[in-house]
Design a protein around this ligand. Sequence first.
Ligand code: BG6
Length: 300
Amino acid sequence: MTTGKPGQTTKPGALGRVTFLDGRGELPLLEISTPWSTAEIYLHGAQVTHFKKHDEPPLLFLSQCSRFADGQPIRGGIPVVFPWFGQREGLGQHGFARVKAWDLKEFAPAPDGSVSVRLRLPACPEAAGFPPFTADYLVTVSQSLTLQLIITNQSKDAEFTFENCLHSYFEVGDVTAISLSGLKGLNYLDKVAHFVEETETRDALRIASEVDRIYLNTTGTVEILDPRLGRRIRVEKQGSASTVVWNPWIAKSRHLTDFGDEEYERMICVESGNVASNSVSLAPGATSTLTVKLSTETLK
Ligand code: BG6
């Protein structure tokens, strides 16, 4: 196991580099650079807040109004939603993993220039209502960004049922100009219309109003075509049966205190996980891995 302190860096001369800093709100931050890209990960929520290929705009949207404080979620990047998604009576939205300071277990700059960081959710009182489990998060930074959320049920006799979701916020040039493909033919729960179930009929989804949809029973790749930024974002996944698409649009943006009134124009969430009827039930001793690979391609 390797641990680090603010100001410490990996060996000079290594191709990939990890620097430990105090980030915003004095929350511990890992700054990563590779031959192709830079990234930032807060231990708070194990949240990746930045990924950028050297010759491209940032991949991830991060709100100018985000809070960076204990107990508060960061608005943007990739919140880790676990062990539940959405509202749960008497409990905070989207689980507690995104508001806990995760432990850094290991970081490994590899000979090929990539850098991997492994984090673990610490024991916390909120987990007491669940069977014992471990939650590890492996982030690999290279030409692309790969995220793995690894949940193991440590109970000897109880099943562990949970939801998970890597809630990626993507930076886009103009949300009304993008199109999302890979969702045609899927059933979705429309949260904007009281969870009514609908079927996606369009080859390409365009955004022109508030969108909050849970696409069910889908393991497929989603692509975001962004003509304004001249790129295609690819969201590939394994161990995920749901995709959530969210943009708060005008009225909801005004209600979110940690989100700018006009920021909805520059972002789209395409989230990969297992939510609602796709929740995961893990047998005692079993492990589930949710893997998401985010990559980009410049449009010719
Ligand atoms: C999405 C949900 O995943 O997250 C939306 O489908 C929700 O309903 C959004 O509004 C943001 O949630 P929060 O808790 O980060 O404001």
